[in-house]
Design a protein. Structure first.
Length: 723
């Protein structure tokens, strides 16, 4: 951890005399900085030696628990303090909407109104860390020039002192946080005169004082009576941890909201069996005052009529947020994102229906929907221009979420919507912004009128940021997936030629890991032949190293070359040698295995050449299968002088030749010889079934039908009488 603990911060330059030993530089710098710009909390992060990691060295104004998820962060993390250090610039977040739009992971955990500035602690030579400070939500939307100048100057001075510490080899350590809770033993002294204490005791409602950690430092008799515990049982404890019926995260959340926003917050809670109490928190920079009264409105109207806004209950808990964020990172394709939003996010926020819209070429397109039994209800969104005056298009254009508590509220702004009702009564239109770019809109619909209080809007806005990032990744994955499959389909034969005397079938299965594209290939090329009574042909199967776009591209070049050399009449050995030299001339670092053969079914002959490829299998008419031990040479692309001898093989009518790539027989933990023997056994037992059934059976029983670490190619050739 980087830190300095033996200088006092002065407003002078680098040549100023060092402060006395023992003065905490980081703490004093932070305290002075916060005082200069009237911030109410902040922290200093310092770069860990030898690691791209920022660690919190000191925090002020709030308990460190508020920033617990970010005590140690990587420089590449999508949070303001890391961005400030990484880009060496000031990062300004004006409020909760700005935070939700640019840093949704923070906004989901801390959906409160506050402003934040993060700055680098850096010199021209090096970056030493970063600082952030926060203000209440009432701070203006723009950082003033005075605040900017004070922040920048303080961080520059701190950077110079840290640089000097490194040069002088001084030890650098973290410092104690700047939070000093009031002592329970001295509560009376902190309240002022005896008369002040007597006055508080006479009030008919409960009063408590809480320190920054939420611990009770004072409680009057009325508070103890309302809470049902003696004053001695309350002092020094946290309210939500001591009072059993307040043991709910939503009540602790109100305390966090009050401290971070520095705005009064409230909630109501039921004291069993039937007493509703109202709690109101008044924050300051050194703690909170709590007033407790009976909630007469709730008692009169009943809990069913009590609005969510008054309780302050968070719709999604922090644990749910972490779970949702983790699930979104695992979503692969667009439909995975739609399903996840429908299964987890919509129920968590009480929505009964949703539509996920994407934007392309200036129009909205429906990516998926749930909860609408009639699909025609959402069809009106598909193809809608972004210039259309609709809430979905407006949310995407403006980047601002829109909430409608009721149908009447929606129809006042968008009367045209009357003609196509969707049967719902409230809506949230959430723009999906990823990396500063709009990618779509998420529409959440509610079956009943639904109020959207500020904290719920903040949570929904933050969740939309997480959905946007997942959707952007998913759309990129789907685009790559479609490109890969299109490329693979273009490089492989669309169909095999129909030849007299030869029945053919082929299968190709991409690897299920990565981009689902590979370098395996096959082909069947008619060649004719002088004096032939049956159709002659050349066949090839091969495997380029790897299963990615590079391998697929090289595979296409090899297949084209083999066809060209076959067409000009080169014999099998020369075709292999010419293809080998071509691969070397291309300068690729990849290798390829291959089996090439010429078939003359009319005379029952095969001429085969092999380049480091698994041996073919030949099933004779009597059902016996043998592994063809072919002569051959090295893999293609290694030795420009390599030669490839050929082997003549008899192919009587009814014989079945199986050419395959190693993906068909290689499995983790299975010996290759055993796998080859198993393939031969299956081929022997299949019998004289149609060739397409044989191909399907071999692939299905190979164990590669669903999960494949490598791609698979299979080419079957059966000799038939040519009468």
């Amino acid at each position: 951890m980087v830190g300095v603990s033996d200088w006092h911060v002065s407003g002078q330059g680098r040549d100023a005399a060092p402060p006395p030993v023992g003065r905490p530089l980081l703490s004093l710098t932070l305290a002075a900085l916060m005082d200069d710009v009237h911030a109410h909390s902040g922290a200093v992060y310092l770069l860990t030696p030898g690691e791209p990691v920022l660690e919190m060295a000191v925090m002020a104004g709030l308990p460190r628990a508020f920033a617990a998820p970010w005590e140690r962060v990587g420089l590449s993390a999508p949070i303001p303090v890391a961005e400030a250090a990484r880009d060496r610039r000031l990062v300004w977040v004006s409020g909760e909407e700005d935070m939700a739009r640019h840093y949704p992971r923070i906004a989901v955990v801390l959906p409160y109104p506050f402003a934040l500035a993060a700055l680098p602690v850096a010199t021209d030579r090096a970056t030493y860390g970063a600082v952030f400070v926060t203000w209440p939500g009432s701070h203006p939307a723009e950082l003033s020039d005075r605040e900017r100048d004070h922040l920048t100057a303080a961080c520059d001075r701190l950077a110079l002192r840290l640089e000097r510490a490194v040069e002088e080899g001084r030890p650098i350590h973290p410092e104690p946080d700047l939070i000093a809770p009031a002592s329970v033993a001295t509560v009376a002294g902190t309240l002022g005169t005896v008369e002040a204490v007597r006055m508080v005791a006479r009030l008919p409602y409960g009063l408590c004082a809480l320190d920054l950690h939420g611990r009770i430092s004072f409680a009057n008799a009325a508070a103890a009576d309302l809470l049902g515990l003696p004053v001695s049982g309350l002092l020094g404890t946290q309210l939500w941890a001591t009072v059993p019926w307040l043991n709910d995260p939503v009540y602790e959340d109100r305390y966090r909201a009050a401290l971070l926003s520095q705005q009064a917050t409230s909630f109501v809670a039921l004291r069993p069996p039937a007493d509703w109490l109202s709690f109101r928190l008044y924050p300051s920079t050194n703690g909170l005052s709590l007033r407790i009264t009976r909630a007469r409105a709730v008692a009169r109207e009943g809990p069913a009529g009590f609005r969510h806004a008054d309780t302050g209950t968070r719709l999604v808990t922090i644990s749910q947020v972490l779970s949702l964020a983790g699930a979104l990172t695992e979503a692969v394709g667009v439909q995975d994102v739609v399903q996840l939003v429908a299964d987890e996010i919509a129920p968590a926020v009480g929505s009964q229906a949703l539509v996920l819209l994407g934007s392309q070429a200036g129009r909205l397109h429906v990516l998926g929907h749930r909860g609408y039994p009639d699909p025609h209800v959402v069809e009106r969104f598909d193809g809608m221009p972004l210039t259309e005056q609709t809430p979905g298009a407006h949310a995407l254009r403006s980047g601002v979420p829109t909430f409608f508590d009721s149908r009447q509220q929606l129809e006042r702004l968008y009367p045209a919507r009357n003609s196509t009702p969707d049967g719902m009564a409230a809506w949230a239109f959430l723009p999906l912004i990823a990396s500063g770019r709009p990618v779509g809109t998420c529409v959440l619909a509610y079956a009943e009128p639904h109020p959207f209080p500020a904290d719920e809007r903040a949570v929904l806005t933050s969740l939309s940021g997480l959905i946007a990032q997942a959707l952007e990744r998913a759309r990129l994955y789907d685009a790559k997936h479609q490109l890969a499959h299109g490329l693979q389909a273009a490089l492989l034969p669309h169909s095999l030629p129909s030849l007299p005397g030869i029945e053919a079938a082929a299968r190709y299965l991409p690897a299920t890991q990565g981009m689902e594209i590979g370098g395996d290939f096959y082909d069947l090329v008619p060649t004719g032949g002088e004096g032939a009574t049956g159709g002659q042909a050349a066949a090839v199967i091969g495997d380029v190293q790897g299963h990615n776009v590079t391998a697929a591209g090289l595979m296409g070049q090899i297949r084209t070359a083999v066809r060209a050399y076959t067409t000009v009449g080169q014999p099998p050995g020369e075709v292999m040698s010419s293809t080998n030299r071509l691969m070397i001339d291309l300068g690729t670092e990849l290798f390829a295995s291959c089996v090439y053969l010429r078939l003359d079914p009319a005379h029952g002959q095969l001429v085969m050449a092999r380049a480091g490829h698994p041996p073919p299998l030949l099933r004779k008419p009597d059902g016996k299968v043998r592994v063809l031990d072919l002569a051959g040479g090295p893999l293609l692309g290694i030795d420009p002088a390599a030669t490839y001898p050929t082997t003549d093989v008899a192919l009587p009518p009814g014989s079945l030749l199986a050419l395959y790539t190693d993906g068909l027989i290689e499995s983790p933990g299975v010996d290759i010889e055993d796998a080859l023997a198993g393939l031969a056994q299956r081929l022997s037992e299949i019998g004289d079934r149609p060739l397409d059934e044989v191909a399907d059976s071999l692939v299905e029983h190979s164990g590669t039908a669903e999960q494949r670490v490598d791609d698979v190619a299979l080419l079957l050739l059966r000799a038939r009488p040519t009468s």
